[in-house]
Design a protein around this ligand. Structure first.
Ligand code: ADP
Ligand code: MG
Length: 259
């Protein structure tokens, strides 16, 4: 059985991409098969996994517009997971599909086509762009669960309500089974009462579970993307790597609860 997770938050810089790359590597290390899908036209996930988007002959955009099959575009990564890479063309989807009916199923259709070819995974993790547009709605439509990476600072709550409104719409129209797994506090400094207060307020206000453990702020993360590997490879025993491994364990337990 496949568990499909969307990591979404329309705020940029909250560690969506870092979390997708690192959790993907951690789940692969646990022996799970993992597909990561880069749904951000900035292609940061693709780049951070060691693939230069400019060298690609085809990307997830070609699959969405029907020029390539997903299996032709899939690439392996040194961290273990397979990747459906993005390139800048993906930015065109928002306008190309703005008025096309069925656009909500752009991602679900790709995953179904892969399954039809016999290509299945234990985990599919979707890296969403920092918007609530076509691509994020398509990710939420394809997902079993949503994890919301959150930087616990002042004003972090702005946007969470809007994201949850989008979840509500998706449940109503395209994916009634979408579950909000929780918020994942990233770049978290638990020593400050401010970060703890922000997290508590958000969890209470929106009745959200908090993924455990929290991910500490660490300089190691800034260095990993340049190496084309996640910090599980570049800084195996750092506290950030350990925290993500523990979150991967949490995800496995959470998925078993739904199975
Ligand atoms: P998003 O995908 O939400 O825009 P990114 O994953 O690209 O966010 O992260 C934004 C920046 O924050 C990147 O430069 C990344 O290296 C850095 N970063 C991510 N997680 C951490 C962390 N735990 N500690 C310090 N810096 C981090
Ligand atoms: Mg990103």
């Amino acid at each position: 059985m496949t568990t499909t997770l969307a990591l979404a938050n329309q705020k940029g810089g909250v560690a969506k991409t870092t979390s997708v790359a690192t959790l993907g590597a951690a789940l692969a290390d646990l022996g799970h098969s993992v597909l990561l899908v880069d749904l951000d036209p900035q292609a940061c996930l693709t780049f951070s996994l060691g693939i230069d988007p400019e060298d690609l002959t085809a990307s997830v955009h070609d699959v969405m517009v029907g020029h390539r099959s997903a299996s032709e575009v899939l690439v392996g990564t040194e961290d273990g997971p397979d990747l459906l890479p993005a390139a800048i063309e993906l930015a065109r989807i928002e306008t190309e599909f703005a008025a096309v009916s069925g656009r909500e199923r752009l991602v679900a259709t790709i995953l179904e086509a892969l399954a039809d070819e016999g290509i299945t995974y234990d985990w599919v993790i979707l890296d969403c762009p920092p918007t609530l547009g076509v691509l994020t709605v398509a990710a939420l439509t394809a997902a079993d669960g949503l994890v919301v990476p959150l930087q616990c600072e002042t004003l972090a709550h702005r946007g969470v309500g809007q994201l949850l409104d989008t979840v509500h719409d998706v449940r109503e129209h395209t994916n009634p089974l979408l579950a909000v797994w929780g918020v994942l506090p990233t770049m978290y400094d638990g020593r400050t009462s401010h970060a703890r207060a922000v997290l508590e307020t958000i969890a209470e206000t929106y009745d959200l579970d908090v993924v455990s453990p929290t991910i500490p702020k660490t300089i190691k993360f800034a260095e990993a993307p340049a190496a084309g590997r996640s910090i599980l490879a570049t800084a195996r025993s750092s506290k950030g790597a350990r925290a993500y491994r523990d979150v991967a364990d949490w995800l496995v337990v959470r998925a078993a609860r739904d199975a």
